[in-house]
Design a protein around this ligand. Structure first.
Ligand SMILES: Nc1nc2c(ncn2[C@@H]2O[C@H](COP(=O)(O)OP(=O)(O)OP(=O)(O)O)[C@@H](O)[C@H]2O)c(=O)[nH]1
Ligand SMILES: [Mg+2]
Length: 311
């Protein structure tokens, strides 16, 4: 019998706790954008990882991780889209991984989960087997961890609380086993060689968007979306044409920069990252376009791929 543990694990939590960093870590390659700014992730994406469970029956597991946008109060159609994506992923999951930033004194408490913005997540976590990941422990003094673990176990007695560091990779294997043990037994859900449900175009869009978060000022990345317009692969080289969409002409001027200097810098950094991740030479043509107030209307959101029915 080819039965293993197989199912979906939604990675949920507040913005900036390290959900996407963790997904990239378990998959072992960069699929999604990561940045020091909150609300980097806008879409859910699935990354599939197979692990061994030595000494257990079944002894193999296939975990389909779902990275989700950080849940936080916010108005406007884009925020609503992001929130819906998180809650839908949590509702559909076999296991909910609540990821917590252990360096954030207020955010790391289980009480924070019952506040208005995250109450829906807490609700989803109650309806499914749950694992609590205390992330960023590379930055936390050990004596602080034990009381924190106990606090979470009081609120989620059926869960397992795993301290980890997604950037350093510490204890990520223990986290994966805790998740796998809670998955249903059955046939694999995906072919062995499947890594993600998203196309290379989507990953390219993420990698370009990531550079906007790294290089543009505080607010501007939130006004930007990236669209891949052309994709051409010849003789092992990739030529990509992409558009950075902004909401206003004044934003376009900043993204383009003096004599095009800013967009050139963005292009160089994005191309380097694309070539590294895809493992082949990449030519990138970047343009900047204004789509008036795109994040405020369902129509323009859908045009940029942010639509409720998804994929
Ligand atoms: N020190 C430390 N930093 C981490 C760790 N994991 C993630 N980070 C950092 O935390 C920041 C946020 O990481 P992301 O992976 O983008 O967080 P996220 O939860 O996906 O954020 P949103 O998509 O905005 O909800 C980045 O600067 C990461 O480098 C960790 O284990 N230790
Ligand atoms: Mg993210």
């Amino acid at each position: 019998m080819d039965e293993i543990r197989a199912g979906f694990c939604a990675i949920v939590g507040l913005p900036n706790v390290g959900k996407s960093t963790l997904l990239n870590r378990v998959i072992g390659r960069k699929l999604v954008a990561v940045s020091a700014k909150p609300q980097t992730t806008r879409d859910r994406i699935v990354g599939v990882h197979a692990i061994e469970l030595p000494g257990e029956q079944p002894a193999r597991a296939q975990i389909a991780y779902v990275d989700t946008p950080g849940v936080q109060e916010g108005r406007g159609p884009l925020r609503r889209y992001m929130r819906d994506a998180s809650l839908a992923a949590a509702a559909d999951a076999d296991v909910v991984l609540v990821l917590v930033d252990a360096t954030d004194r207020r955010g790391r408490t289980p009480q924070r989960m019952s506040e208005d913005d995250s109450a829906a997540l807490a609700d989803a976590a109650r309806k499914h087997p749950v694992v609590i990941g205390l992330n960023k422990v590379d930055r936390v003094a050990k004596p602080e961890l034990l009381p924190l673990i106990e606090d979470w176990l009081k609120v989620y007695p059926e869960s397992e609380v795993v301290p980890l560091s997604a950037t350093a990779g510490d204890n990520v294997d223990a986290l994966e086993r805790a998740i796998a043990r809670r998955l249903p037994v059955g046939p694999p859900l995906f072919p062995d060689d499947m890594v993600t449900d998203r196309s290379e175009k989507f990953i390219a869009q993420e990698l370009i968007r990531e550079q906007l978060y790294h290089q543009l000022g505080k607010e501007l990345p939130y006004a930007c979306a990236v669209q891949i317009e052309t994709w051409d692969e010849k003789k092992g080289e990739l030529t990509i044409g992409a558009v950075i969409v902004v909401e206003r002409a004044s934003q376009k001027a900043i993204v383009v920069g003096r004599a095009g200097s800013r967009v050139r810098e963005l292009g160089i950094a994005a191309r380097t990252e694309l070539a590294r991740v895809f493992g082949k030479p990449v030519h990138l043509k970047l343009f900047v376009k204004v789509l008036e107030e795109w994040s405020r209307a369902e129509g323009t959101l859908a045009k940029l791929g942010y639509r409720g029915d998804k994929r």
